[in-house]
Design a protein around this ligand. Sequence first.
Ligand code: ZN
Length: 395
Amino acid sequence: MRLLSKRLLTAAPLCLAPLTACSDEPGPPGVLIITIDTWRADHLSAELTPNLHALAAGGLQLHNAWTPIGLTTAAHASLFTGLLPPEHGLRGNNHHGYRLDESHQTLAEQVKAQGWATGAFVSSYPAGPEGGLHQGFDTSSAPESGERPTAETVGLAQAWLGAQAGPWMMWVHTNDPHGPYAPDAADLAAVGGGDDDKARYRGEVHQADRLLGPLIAEAQARGALIIVTADHGEVHAEERCGWQHERSSSPVVLRVPLVIAGPGVPKGRRDGLVGLTDLAHTALVWAKLPPLPPSKIGGPPLDLLTGEDPSRSTWAAESGVCDPECSPGCAPAGFLGKDLVVFGADLGLYVVRPGFGEYGDQELAAVLENYSLPSEPSENPDVDQGRALGYLDQK
Ligand SMILES: [Zn+2]
């Protein structure tokens, strides 16, 4: 049977619910992708995220992973297509009027074409189906507006997973620790308490980890490949404009945590430069399924599970929007004046800021030769949805 490769047959134990009934028989393959919205790369630790810390200890932790953009819908489009924003066309969120065109192939469509069951369970409007991110998912669950509690999303995901007896792929998205930060009291206490934004953010990170723990345990028991990352980080008042992510091109927004675990996954820490565009490819290689079309401007995707330290020489990214109050000199305000940035594996940096100019390491400038500035979103924005989540009006 094509779907059950020899590698998976030997790797995945049959541990369908109830978990106590696990046997050594091989089970169907499964892939769990978790995205924790607004989770910073420096907030993965034994204290803040004990479940994810343990998962990383038994698998792979990539310390130099990056998103191409600090906006939810667009970053997830890159994760699921393997393409950079100029290629898939999303330079902002769905409430800004951007939507992934159905002509693009996604990870969910690729596994669904091979007979896998696919489920998407997300916790905020920008991660919802209105941005085209749910194409290829048989089951699609999202709040109709704003956000919903992580516990509700995870509960729906657990119920769906419990009903799967064949190959499956699931995407689970939490909107903790996206603002507003309002963790449960127990989670705030678990990270040392406090009454400022930094403490509440830490509490929401702990809350997401706590609520995801049982789902991760079940996926592990089923022998799944588990990938946990963020769509982007968050500025914690290190810059102008305080607490936000959509108006910055700095590493605190564009660098993300990344943990991969499961049968056949090498163990250890990796420091090579990798990106969200490598994840769909890595999952498809693991599952021995056909690849997605490669990115033309980002280069071929990396398989992160080879055992070597994977590394790109450069990573191209962009800010969400130009806000001259936050990025001095940028123009025009909005999507057309956003920063384009290249990070080098040797820590070099090159920035193009429309209206202001370019600066940094000129040797990195060639990376942006085919990286276009955005055009205006083609659909009507839903500014009320943006406001509900704390975004400035754009468009
Ligand atoms: Zn987000």
